[in-house]
Design a protein around this ligand. Structure first.
Ligand code: THU
Length: 130
């Protein structure tokens, strides 16, 4: 699957967004190392802080199915149906991705491809605790 197609999967996943409080729909499309596609959307809650972002939904779905190695994620977010503005992953999602992904992991946004290390050049990890 091309990065453009992966981004389109993220846009499609955003259609299932449960975002009645913010009105901002986010979709994520995650590719496992062996080529499986996992998608996720943001899931909000009346107790706002319990909201789960689209990226973490996709990662948790994959990990709970036994997949922990990934090659790329696409993220698409919009409050209007126009997905041309990049939706940068939040810090919590970057930290969750960093648990499973290396620095060169690909993040596909509407403005092109990035590496995980572009967003998170230094990270807290199990190495930090040794
Ligand atoms: N959101 C995501 O799904 N992913 C991010 O990386 C940033 C923010 C969601 C959370 C909330 O439902 C909405 O966007 C507005 O913050």
């Amino acid at each position: 699957m091309s990065f453009d197609e992966l981004f389109e999967e993220a846009v499609k996943a955003s259609e299932r967004s449960y975002s009645k409080y913010s009105g901002f729909s986010v979709g994520a499309a995650l590719i496992t190392a062996d080529g499986r596609l996992y998608t996720g959307c943001n899931i909000e809650n009346s107790s706002y802080s319990l909201t789960n972002c689209a990226e973490r939904t996709a990662v948790f779905k994959a990990v709970s199915d036994g997949y922990t190695k990934f090659s790329a994620i696409a993220v698409a977010g919009s409050g209007s149906g126009d997905f041309s503005k990049p939706c940068y992953p939040c810090g919590a999602c970057l930290q969750v991705l960093s648990e499973f992904c290396e620095d060169d992991f690909t993040v596909v946004l509407s403005d092109g491809t990035h590496k995980l290390s572009d967003f998170l050049p230094m990270r807290f990890s199990e190495e930090s605790m040794k």
